[in-house]
Design a protein around this ligand. Structure first.
Ligand SMILES: Cc1ncc(COP(=O)(O)O)c(C=O)c1O
Length: 401
């Protein structure tokens, strides 16, 4: 560093988010329908908001334990056990964080040494790459393919040379593709991780937003939800950190609450970083989260049903319009291809769609390899707006393709 506050090289190495430019264009006009953001259009369940208000009225405005309130850790322990078959004790194996974002960042800072290689299954959530860079690591992109429904395969890991990596980042259900991995899909990935001694960071923030059981009840994972966590596979618990949180299924993005699950030693290492950088997650949000787990299961269920209806509608409309769209089974995104006959790149499609029809979507290449030629479309928006947005996309395609 010089006296001129020159940003560190690690910071300079990371450019501005590829999504930001689109938001800037969208802000210039007032008729834009945004299918660009990854944020629920619902408010947090009332009982959770009320618990936050009550906690403030009772003057609960101090720090909590670094690891989070014990009651909340107990509730998380019960919840992940009941829903996903994940067994983590409240004393040493759960860390409450400021959003899943902090949990992911702590994992990079706690486990990545300068020069370590972090394999990231892509297309992927945009924060992993910068998070690895800030921690001094190198990203190894592992390309997932539409032919595989954007699921990670051992072949993709081998092609990328991931056997030499130190850490593998997975995100299923996936942002941006909406792909999910069943237990059977995860088994060979787990075998690869065990064989090559890879640690795994599994971002499962969209775990509740898994739609298979609603349509087919086809999958068989432990717990009561369809979502399968790689940490439940043999030999994986000791090498996996699971991240989750309340932003998506509980519609609590602004409350900033998440958590990490892992073996005690690993969670202790993450807490070592957390206790100096964050001290504790927001107290008000912890009270809201405790209530969300205690009494808001039906609210979550109702929101997930809405997303599922929208999902089916959006996929079928894209196909009608002539934009191939694989069957996304999780999260609240679809990942259609730009239409056959469009002779520009996805970036240009998204920019012109925004300027000419006022619909904001995100070009797939900002999510890394495998995203080219695709658009990320969020359906965390009301059905009426989705109908209108799809009609505008159709007229744009009819005009230009
Ligand atoms: C895959 C993924 N992980 C983490 C986050 C951030 O979650 P939080 O709001 O809990 O920090 C997001 C938000 O879009 C996400 O898509």
């Amino acid at each position: 560093m010089t006296g001129s506050l020159e940003p560190a090289e690690r910071v300079q190495a990371v450019g501005p988010s590829g999504i930001r430019r689109f938001f800037e264009i969208a802000e210039e006009r007032d008729d834009v329908i945004s299918l660009g953001v990854g944020e629920p259009d619902f408010s947090a369940p009332w009982a959770a908001r009320d618990a936050a208000i009550q906690s403030l009225e009772r003057g609960k405005t101090s720090y909590t334990a670094n690891r989070g309130m014990y009651d909340l850790r107990e509730a998380i322990s019960r919840y992940v056990g009941d829903r996903f078959g994940l067994e983590y004790g409240p004393d040493e194996e759960i860390l409450v964080t400021a959003g899943a974002s902090e949990a992911v960042d702590l994992a990079f800072r706690a486990f990545v040494d300068p020069g370590d290689t972090v394999a990231v299954a892509q297309p992927a959530y945009i924060s992993y790459g910068p998070g690895v860079t800030f921690a001094g690591g190198e990203v190894l992109p592992v390309r997932t393919r539409e032919e595989d429904d954007f699921r990670l395969t051992v072949e993709a890991l081998e092609t990328a040379g991931a056997e030499t990596a130190d850490l593998l980042v997975l995100c299923y259900p996936n942002n941006p593709t909406g792909a999910v991995m069943s237990r059977a899909d995860l088994e060979p990935i787990a075998a690869f991780a065990r064989e090559h001694d890879l640690a795994v960071l599994s971002d499962e923030i969209y775990a509740e937003l898994t739609y298979d059981e609603r349509d087919t009840a086809a999958d068989a994972s432990p717990g009561t939800a369809t979502h399968a966590s790689i940490a439940t596979l043999p030999g994986m618990r000791e090498r996996t950190i699971v991240c989750n949180g309340f932003s998506k299924a509980h519609a609590m993005t602004g409350l900033r609450l998440g958590y990490a699950l892992g073996p005690g030693g690993a969670i202790n290492a993450m807490n070592r970083v957390h206790q100096y950088g964050m001290l504790s997650a927001p107290t008000t949000a912890q009270y809201a989260a405790l209530e969300a787990l205690d009494s808001c299961g039906d609210d979550v269920e109702a929101m997930v049903d809405q997303y599922n209806r929208r999902r089916r509608f959006v996929i079928s409309r894209f196909r009608e319009i002539g934009m191939p769209c694989f069957e996304a089974k999780g999260a609240f995104y679809v990942f259609p291809e730009v239409p056959d006959g469009w002779d520009g790149i996805a970036n240009e499609f998204a920019e012109r769609l925004l300027r000419e029809r006022g619909v904001a979507v995100v070009p797939g290449d900002v999510f890394g390899v495998g995203g080219e030629g695709h658009l990320r479309v969020s359906y965390a928006t009301g059905l009426e707006e989705l109908r209108e947005a799809l009609a505008r996309i159709e007229s744009f395609v009819d005009q230009h393709v």
